[in-house]
Design a protein around this ligand. Structure first.
Ligand code: PHE
Length: 452
């Protein structure tokens, strides 16, 4: 319990569940499978593994070190470490703004997911004819009221957990939901793999096709690695400030990274074999989850209905623990400005819901779809900013700070728990990955991303 507010996770296990809860989200279950298939299956997977472990995990460790060392929120942490350069505060601010924008778009998609969970439960989806799922989705997502109701419900749930506190809210909920999530996912995998014709889906996901692994695919792999591990925007600094003092940061980071990676791959195994077995096309984006999968579920009869309920519940739970971490980052910052936790959580939720509702109104043929910024609807703009631009920018600044400005002795002291844990590996990491590989890779991605 080292933070300025005295809050923290009670155990390493609790910390791992909470941080894995942040990492495992829509990015794993919705985004990873289709970009993996799109950019060459096994070929993409190889590049992705390298980015996840060599860059994503290094960033996670850096953020944990910064957070636990200072016990501060992500804005105050930087200047506390190097007081003679207060300008570094800016990195924390940029991270918080990114969290705010991600949370807004996350709420829209989580609202859709919660609605689909509800429609699976009540049988509405089961009553829709195959050819009508596209229309059903676009009518729903473009309507004014219904998405907003589900955004609201989802946000209320998220806010209540935050008000509950770090240990009694976030940690407790994550310890409960993460194991449930894994069980649900395994059930789906078994069902999907045992369908006739499932092997085509497995091949789509894993067979390496290097011709599809374009430059764009490599960029997508890095962007996805950062997004999926929730690194770059300070969320892991916040969770780092709640880590127990005797927690082994390397071990914890390895666990979270492995867990995040495994759940992404399992999600692909749950989705594609079923899609192929039912003779559907593996399209990406909202189409896959809200149009193709409901068709797949319907073609499986009564079992499909259960399958559908389980899938949308899984997606909603995964989104919930991620949304919690985003709202916590915003709340921790505001409450360190002498506003109570409850008031901070409510104020931040109120602010972010305005943007989420505006984004929802701008989607598809929504009532604000005619309003454009830089030629894009608000939803598209947020998607682009949070998906490709801001996370690598923030990640780059964080790693430069960690590798070139933070004192190496401080890092080693924190990683080794004041000399009680062996950290001999770190010298190799430090000069090779932290100072050179990670910043250069991020810079290359960013520059090529901006010019695309
Ligand atoms: N990692 C989450 C996912 O994969 C998204 C996220 C990004 C959550 C950044 C928190 C911070 O869906």
């Amino acid at each position: 319990m080292s933070t300025s507010t005295g809050e923290g996770f009670s155990s390493s296990f609790g910390a791992i569940m909470a941080a894995a809860g942040s990492a495992v989200g829509l990015g794993n279950i919705w985004r990873f499978p289709y970009i993996c298939g799109k950019y060459g299956g096994g070929a993409f997977l190889l590049v992705y593994i390298c980015f996840v472990f060599l860059i994503g995990m290094i960033l996670m460790m850096s953020e944990f070190v910064i957070g636990r060392r200072t016990g501060e929120d992500s804005v105050k942490a930087y200047p506390k470490l190097i007081p003679h350069r207060p300008g570094w505060k800016f990195v924390g601010v940029a991270g918080l703004v990114t969290c705010f924008l991600i949370l807004a778009i996350y709420l829209v998609i989580s609202g859709w997911t919660t609605n689909y969970f509800w429609e699976s439960l009540t049988g509405t989806l089961a009553g829709i004819a195959d050819g009508d799922f596209g229309l059903h989705f676009s009518e729903f997502a473009s309507s004014a009221l219904r998405p907003v109701i589900f955004i609201g419900l989802f946000l209320i749930l998220t806010t209540l957990v935050i008000i509950g506190g770090v240990e009694k809210g976030i940690e407790r909920v994550s310890k409960l939901l993460m194991p449930i999530l894994v069980v649900l996912l395994l059930v789906l995998c078994v069902r999907s793999l045992t369908l006739d014709g499932a092997s085509k889906g497995v091949a789509y996901l894993f067979q390496p096709d290097f011709t599809k692994l374009t430059g764009e695919g490599i960029l997508a792999a890095l962007g996805q690695a950062l997004f999926s591990l929730s690194v770059g925007m300070g969320v892991m600094i916040v969770y780092g400030s709640y880590l127990p003092k005797d927690d082994n940061i390397l071990k914890t980071s390895v666990w979270i990274t492995v867990c995040d990676f495994a759940i992404a791959v399992l999600s692909g195994i749950a989705i594609f074999p079923a899609v192929f077995a039912c003779g559907q096309d593996p399209t990406g984006g909202p189409g896959l989850v809200y149009q193709v999968l409901p068709m797949v579920f319907n073609s499986l009869g009564a079992v499909g209905r259960v399958f559908s309920i389980v899938f949308f519940l899984l997606l909603a739970l995964a989104a919930l623990t991620s949304a919690i971490s985003l709202l916590e980052a915003l709340t921790q910052w505001l409450s360190s400005e002498k506003v109570g936790r409850t008031a901070s959580a409510i104020l931040m939720s109120a602010a972010v819901v305005l943007l989420a509702v505006a984004a929802s109104f701008s989607f598809g043929d929504g009532i604000w779809s005619g309003f454009k910024l830089g030629g894009m609807q608000l939803f598209e703009l947020l998607d682009k900013l949070t998906g490709t631009i801001l996370p690598p920018v923030c990640a780059l600044m964080t790693i430069i700070f960690f590798g070139w400005f933070m004192r190496k002795e401080d890092i080693v002291d924190e990683l080794s728990n004041h000399g009680t844990v062996k950290v001999g590996y770190f010298n190799v990491f430090y000069y090779f990955l932290v100072r050179f590989v990670a910043p250069i890779a991020l810079l290359v991605v960013l520059i090529s991303g901006l010019f695309n």
